[in-house]
Write a protein that binds this ligand. Structure first.
Ligand SMILES: Cc1ncc(COP(=O)(O)O)c(C=O)c1O
Length: 370
């Protein structure tokens, strides 16, 4: 059994993938070829945002909007402590300070009440200037953008949606990627929409931000590549990855629907046995992961492993306790919810092609192993 079965998906669309890749081989425009523009148009329409800028990874998709905002030394950017390192790494890379916030115990997303407390604390300490918020749509479920945006407006902060795990999700009918003025997503192979390498996309509704991002993506280019108006990076997605994504987009909406069915089946089989994830009324999750809680998870993981069933722990160590952020001086008791969740969480196989029989086997084993 696979944790994420990319081979089953490939089998379904192999001819379309080959056709798309062959086209790139034929035209030879490996960088910024026609697939790049086609993909950007298609995904902008999919999330219903005016501008989509394809980039080399989800990490670059987070980094580049922060470069547009010119964040740097003395600036505070607020984010969840319970996320992948990339979310906070980009803040630190630009010389600014990540300020961590605890999570909601039901959704595992940033807690808006604690977010506002953290902003007020930073303001009263007078050491850092609050600049922005990076909410993360963890495991595929959008964060609470209504509450977050009103806090951002109150304190004059930008919001950058980390939709790396939530492409395909929605909130009140709006797609992830369109839940803030700027959003970043990832096409790492294991993501809900994944390419065959690294890739990412930035969405924005602001023309000026789009233009700056296009410049930053090619070393800060001006009217051409050898006129540099700012310091940028090489942040381009390559045409091969865009070709793969275009083939996968053909079945993506259906795959998101299949993920809902897989998640609903897990919930039916596991409710009351482990703590199953809760998706809020206004949200549809992209189900990047199906993560459950159990106080004795090691025992369950061990029993599943013995039977050839893979699991994973996202995330065993919250960011405030990572060595990379030791200099920020956080202690073990600063974020009790994230600490508890990190100690109990584990993720089960989740992909659109998981069979009902496989899920029944997984759940029966969990039930008998408690
Ligand atoms: C929440 C989150 N943010 C950012 C990233 C970075 O994306 P990438 O691996 O494409 O750089 C990832 C995934 O890897 C992620 O899960």
């Amino acid at each position: 059994m696979q944790f994420i079965d990319l081979a089953a998906q490939q089998k379904r669309i192999r001819p379309q993938l080959e056709e798309r890749i062959k086209k790139v081989l034929d035209h030879g425009q490996y960088i910024l070829g026609p697939e790049i523009h086609e993909l950007e148009e298609k995904l902008a329409a999919f999330v219903n945002m005016p501008y989509a800028i394809s980039v080399a990874s989800g990490t670059d998709a987070l980094l580049m909007p922060l470069m547009v905002e010119k964040i740097g030394s003395g600036n505070a950017v607020f984010t969840s402590t319970f996320t992948f390192i990339a979310t906070a790494e980009v803040i630190e890379l630009l010389g600014a300070t990540p300020v961590f916030v605890d999570i909601d115990p039901e959704t595992f997303n940033i807690d808006p009440l604690k977010l506002e407390e953290a902003i007020q604390r930073v303001i009263s300490e007078k050491k850092l200037t609050p600049r922005g918020i990076i909410p993360v749509d963890l495991f595929g479920q959008p964060a609470d953008y209504k509450a977050i945006q009103s806090i951002a407006d109150k304190y004059g902060l930008f919001v950058l949606e980390d939709a790396a795990q939530s492409f395909g999700a929605s909130q009140n009918g709006k797609k992830a990627g369109a839940l803030a003025s700027v959003a970043a997503t990832s096409f790492f192979p294991a993501k809900p929409l994944g390419c065959y390498g690294d890739g990412g996309m930035i969405f924005t509704d602001e023309k000026d931000i789009c233009e700056q991002l296009l410049s930053i993506r090619v070393h800060g280019q001006g009217i051409d590549k050898y006129t540099n108006v700012r310091v940028g990076i090489n942040g381009r997605m390559d045409s091969m990855q865009a070709a793969v994504l275009l083939a996968k987009m053909e079945i993506f909406a259906e795959e998101i629907q299949l993920r809902q069915e897989v998640a609903a089946r897990y919930e039916r089989l596991l409710d009351g046995i482990v703590k199953v994830p809760k998706v809020l009324e206004e949200n549809i999750s992209a189900w990047a992961q199906y993560s459950v809680l159990h106080p004795r998870r090691e025992r369950l993981i061990g029993k599943l492993r013995e039977q050839g069933i893979p699991t994973a722990i996202y995330y065993p160590i919250p960011l405030h306790r990572q060595e990379a952020f030791a200099h920020l001086g956080y202690g073990k008791n600063d974020f009790p919810i994230a600490e508890r969740i990190a100690g109990e969480i584990f993720s089960l196989p989740m992909h659109p092609y998981l069979l009902p029989g496989e899920q029944e086997r997984i759940c029966a084993l969990i039930e008998s192993s408690q």
